[in-house]
Design a protein around this ligand. Structure first.
Ligand SMILES: [Zn+2]
Length: 326
């Protein structure tokens, strides 16, 4: 049993307090700066929940095992992998990093991303509704929690009935439907098909009717990787969309760990970056024991010097499931 004391606790608003850790879990929380036996003194530091990155590609970023270790060391305890070949899904069990995944992007033959970065099975070409339902069934059996549909006008696009069949089957099996849709027309198709999550902030300005339809749905930020104006995300936030932090790790100019550039862009969009990267991203991922500093949750947390993007991205120390990560 250990008390981490003399610090601020921010999940996301900071207040004074101390946490008790036993085994893998947080078992106590007090507002007193109590110094007790077996205390880890965190004077001058703020504890925040470990981060969840809601959009990564572990198998694209490099050796998935090494990437997972780097993620944990730098403060990311959970991820959603939004694009990996079916054959690679078994290798995404990278515990203690918590991984939720979608598997390959559903697309048309020759469609995005099969002609570019997704040649090796990252895209799954589908032509009929029956094929789509069968693919969702395989992914659900492989423990996927998401299905991802690609709507990219640079190539042939998934036929609407195929996309709709995939989304309906995913919902029937309890999976969420994420969509790659960067333009207004693509977002419209994605929503018509039944998408719950936009895997990126759309690059194009969305008309009022589409913003209205995003109320209560999810958007994963990826503002830095896709060079999207924060105003696009601000409009979605104002329309009532839920926002989760995501970096698109594996894309160009990304690296394992917490990205201060993405956090700064979230802030510019009027979104609390800490909340988007902890409790909200954890909720989207379905990782119920992450994202908060609450009793019963995993003792997965970071000690940081301040809550600014640079401070958050460089934790002084990292604890994962009650163990210091080195
Ligand atoms: Zn991606």
């Amino acid at each position: 049993m250990l008390w981490i004391a003399n610090c601020l606790l921010a999940d996301p608003s900071p207040r004074e307090g101390a946490l008790r850790v036993e085994g893998q879990f947080i078992t106590g929380r007090t507002s007193h700066l109590a110094v007790k036996v077996s205390t880890l003194d965190a004077r001058g530091l703020t504890l925040v929940p470990a981060f969840v990155d809601a959009h990564v590609h572990l198998s694209v970023a490099g050796d998935a095992g090494l990437i997972a270790r780097e993620e944990l060391r730098r403060g990311v305890a959970g991820v959603i992998d939004l694009g990996a070949p079916e054959a690679a899904l078994a290798s995404l069990d990278l515990r203690p990093l918590r991984v939720r995944f979608a598997g390959p992007l559903f697309t048309a033959p020759g469609g995005y991303p099969t002609q570019t970065w997704g040649r090796d099975g990252h895209g799954l070409p589908l032509t009929t509704a029956g094929e789509a339902r069968a693919a969702v069934g395989r992914l659900a059996a492989a423990q996927a929690r998401f299905v991802k549909l690609a709507f990219d006008p640079r190539g042939p696009m998934l036929a609407f009935d195929v996309a709709k069949a995939a989304a309906d089957e995913a919902h029937r099996l309890g999976l969420k439907v994420a969509a790659h849709a960067l333009e207004a027309d693509a977002v419209r198709l994605a929503l018509d098909a039944g998408a719950d999550v936009l895997a990126h902030t759309p690059r194009e300005k969305l008309p009022a009717d589409l913003l209205e339809r995003m109320k209560g749905k999810w958007v994963i930020s990826t503002l830095f990787a896709f060079e999207v104006a924060p105003e696009r995300l601000a409009a979605l936030r104002e329309a009532g969309a839920r926002i989760a932090y995501g970096t698109d790790l594996g894309n160009e100019r990304t690296a394992p760990g917490i990205d201060p550039r993405e956090l700064a862009l979230l802030k510019a969009a009027g979104v609390d970056p800490l909340r988007a990267a902890t409790q909200d991203a954890a909720e989207l991922a379905g990782l119920k024991d992450l994202g908060r500093l609450s009793v019963g949750g995993a003792a997965s947390l970071l000690a940081v010097r301040n809550l600014e993007p640079e401070g958050l991205s460089r934790p002084v120390w990292v604890m994962n499931c009650g163990k210091m990560v080195v």
